[in-house]
Design a protein around this ligand. Structure first.
Ligand SMILES: NC(=O)c1ccc[n+]([C@@H]2O[C@H](COP(=O)([O-])OP(=O)(O)OC[C@H]3O[C@@H](n4cnc5c(N)ncnc54)[C@H](O)[C@@H]3O)[C@@H](O)[C@H]2O)c1
Ligand SMILES: [Zn+2]
Length: 350
């Protein structure tokens, strides 16, 4: 496993290149990271570095066509097992770059430089790579660990506010998993305000906390064999359902926006399983309304039945049941909880 490290000057990347002297080195980026992030990185790299720019940005990057184009570029340029790849971008670029690097010649050395808050707090860490298949997310992928992950909060200065909020939603998920229920309100209040110019260095501590929480969980279940890692799916069964539905409808819904909505639904289902006067139920419903205010869902939510069809397709489910991560009265995660359409509908309308 690779521990992501705060690396504001990108010294760790340079040390790695100096130490390993790869035969060839490619940077994979999208048009936005080429514009905003490459100018910081490129002066530090060896003169013969190849820059492979994807033709689009966003979720569409995670398609086999892009992976194929990258494999072909590497092959035509004569990349071998002593070559290396840097993924420079948000979670879509780090997922794709890591997938391409882990499959080309059965795996070449790679390093990730996440440039969105979501990729810094979540996507780049944990060793999962992936691309989408049709409308379904992350159907194809590998477990593969980069040699290093450099966290450079400076990149957040150019990130649109909506993208910052999306990343913050994954951080909230980590807070819920790591902290006891009475601590939640205080932790939510401590989140940085995003209206107005942001100070990237204000995010360094938050990123470090999130990465520590995720790493602590992943270390106990690196390749998802004993169930512990499943707790990181909190908010994601309902979240992926609305994300996949929105993708099919051609609506723009960011991953973190979908996760924030999914966290609210899964909190409401958890509360619905408790006695109505249980203090934990009240705390969970209160947090749900905080989430609705702080992370408003930008699309109008369709009837629960429309989302249920997508929830059933989630790769975590078997043919019969939709399984979610719910929370106990202590706020502890309970994985693999079978949820009915009735419960889901009640929570969507709650
Ligand atoms: N592998 C994992 O464990 C894991 C975990 C969580 C999420 N993910 C994946 O992460 C993806 C979402 O990642 P994301 O939210 O970073 O999306 P993204 O990669 O699409 O980035 C969001 C947008 O910001 C732009 N951008 C990136 N850095 C920028 C910068 N510094 N300044 C200005 N613009 C910038 C991008 O070009 C894009 O338009 C999803 O596909 C999700 O499935 C993977
Ligand atoms: Zn996620």
């Amino acid at each position: 496993m690779t521990t992501p490290q705060l690396d504001p000057q990108l010294h760790h990347v340079l040390d790695w290149i100096d130490r390993t002297r790869p035969n060839r080195l490619a940077v994979i980026m999208d048009p936005n990271t080429e514009k905003h992030c490459l100018p910081v990185v490129s002066p530090l790299l060896p003169p013969h570095t190849d820059f492979l720019r994807l033709s689009e940005a966003g979720e569409g990057v995670k398609r086999i066509e892009h992976a194929h184009a990258l494999w072909s570029s590497l092959d035509e340029a004569g990349y071998d097992r002593n070559s290396a790849i840097i993924g420079l971008g948000g979670g879509t670029v780090t997922d794709l770059s890591a997938f391409v690097a882990s499959t080309y010649l059965r795996g070449v050395d790679f390093w990730l430089i996440p440039t969105t808050l979501l990729a810094m707090v979540d996507a780049a860490a944990g060793g999962k790579t992936g691309i989408n298949l049709g409308g379904a997310k992350n159907r194809i992928g590998t477990f593969a660990h980069p040699t290093g992950i450099s966290l450079c909060p400076e990149f957040l200065a150019t990130l649109p506010q909506r993208q910052l909020l999306s990343g913050l939603a994954e951080h909230v998920k980590h807070i819920l998993l790591a902290h006891s229920l009475p601590e939640w309100p205080q932790r939510m209040e401590a989140l940085p305000a995003l209206d107005g110019p942001i100070e990237p260095e204000d995010f360094a501590e938050l990123i470090r906390q999130s990465v520590d929480i995720k790493e602590g969980i992943v270390r106990q279940d690196v390749e998802e064999t004993n169930g512990i890692r499943k707790q990181l799916n909190l908010g994601h069964t309902a979240g992926h359902a609305i994300e996949s539905w929105a993708m099919a409808e051609g609506l723009e819904l960011l991953h973190g926006e979908a996760v924030a909505w999914g966290l609210g639904v899964e909190l409401a289902i958890s509360a619905g399983r408790m006695a109505p006067d249980a203090p934990a139920a009240a705390a969970m419903l209160a947090l749900r309304s905080t989430l609705e205010t702080q992370f408003p869902c930008p699309v109008s939510v369709p009837p629960p039945e429309a989302l249920w069809a997508w929830a059933r397709m989630d790769k975590k489910n078997d043919a019969e049941a939709v399984r979610m991560v719910l929370l106990s009265e202590n706020g502890d995660p309970l994985v693999d909880q079978a949820v009915s359409l009735e419960e889901f509908s009640a929570a969507c309308g709650a």
